[in-house]
Design a protein around this ligand. Sequence first.
Ligand code: ZN
Length: 434
Amino acid sequence: MSEILILGGRVVDPASGLDAERDVLLRDGRVAAVEAPGTLKGVAAAETVDAAGCVVAPGFVDVHVHLREPGQTYKESIATGTAAAAAGGFTTVVAMPNTVPVNDSVAGLEWMLDAARGSVVKLLTMPAATMGSMGMELTDFTALRKAGAVGFTDDGKPVLEDDAMRVALATAARLGVPVSQHAEDTRLTGGCSMNAGPVAFRLGLRGMTVEAEARIVERDIRLLREIEKAEGLKPHLHVQHVSTARAMEAIRAAKREGLHVTCEVAPHHFTLTDEAVGDYDTHAKMNPPLRAEVDRAAMVAGLMDGTADCIATDHAPHAAHEKEQEFERAPNGITGLETALGLALRVLHRGQGMTLARVVELMSVNPARAISLDGRGTLRAGSYADVVVFDPAAEWNFHAKDSRSKSRNTPFDRAAMVGRVRTTICEGRIVFRG
Ligand SMILES: [Zn+2]
C-alpha cells in the first residue's frame, strides 16, 4: 500500500466546489480523503508533502501536445516530453497524430501507449481523422476508439473538405468523442509564415488572414447544425488553438445556440502579439500565428467569460538547427508545457484578476471534460491521485536551458513567470519535485 499525505495546502477543486485549506490523503493511486487541516494527522503515510502556502489542485490536462515519437525523436520523445509535462504540473497529455508515420492505425496507437515508451504521466492520443492526415479517407474510428482514442484530428492541417468533415463529425458523435479541428483554410494561407498585418508588411512576409481561421470555424459550426437536424446526433466540435477575435465570436454564438462546441487557447496567443516576431525571430513562429492586439485581447476575454474552455499548450518541439533558418523556411511551433502555468497566472490571474479556481478549471476540469476523462480533473475521493501542488505567488524566470524537453524553441526564454510547480503526482506516484 502506498500513501502520500499532502498537508496544509489550499485545495482548489472546482468540480466539487471546494476552495479551502485541506489535507489530502492519496492511497494506492487514488484520492482517499480530503479533510479539514489536522484531521488526518494520525495517518502514517509513506511520504508527506508540505503544501503550506501552495495550491493543491487536480493535475493539469493538456489536450494538445506534440511528442514527436515515433519518427522525430531528435526533437522530443514520449519520455522527455512527458517529463516536461510533469514539470509543468500536467498529469495527462493528449498526443497529436502528426508523427512519422502519422498515427492513423490501431498498431501505431498501441505502440505509442506502450509502457516501454516511458511516459511519466497519463498519455492519451488523438489519432488522425483521415488516413495519413491527407483529408480523403477516414481512419477506422470505431477500432481506434476501442483502442483508446479520445478524439480525432488531422492537427497541423485542417479537415478541409465539407464532406470529409461532415462524416468525421457524425462518426465521432456516435462514438461519443470530439473531432478536434485545426481551423485553417489552407487555400488562403499558401506561402504565409506569420499573421497578416503591419508587422508582416514591414518584414516583407506573406500573412495569414483572420478569415483563414474564421471561415473553417464558421463552416464547422454550420456542419454541426446540419448534422443535428438531419441525423438527430449531437456532434462535438473541439476547435484547437483559437487565435482570432472573429473565430472566438463564432464559438460564443454557437454555444449560445446550444451546439456542442468546445475550444482551447494556447498561452502564447493570450500573452503575445505578432510584434514578438520582431526581426524575423523564428521562436515567435507558430501556426496559427501570433496575432494583433485586438485578437490577443479577445483570447483573454474568451478565457474570462467562459467561451474558451481550456488552456492547451500546443507544445511543439523543434531542434535548434531547424529554427536557425530563414523565417519562411523554419518550422512552426514552440515548446509550452513548462511555461503554461507561469503565463496563465501572470497574464490572467495577476494581470486580469482571474480567480485561481477559474485557472484550474481551464487547465484541469474543462480539458478533462472535453475528452470525457473519467475520474480525472477533480480531487473528489475515489478519483485518480493526479495532483499538482503549486506556489501561486512565486515569481521566477523561465530558462529554456533548464527545460526537461529535448528542444529549446521558445519565445519565453528568461521571461517572467508567476506561480511555480512544486510537486506533481500522477496516479499516486511523485513524477516531479521542484
Ligand atoms: Zn494545429
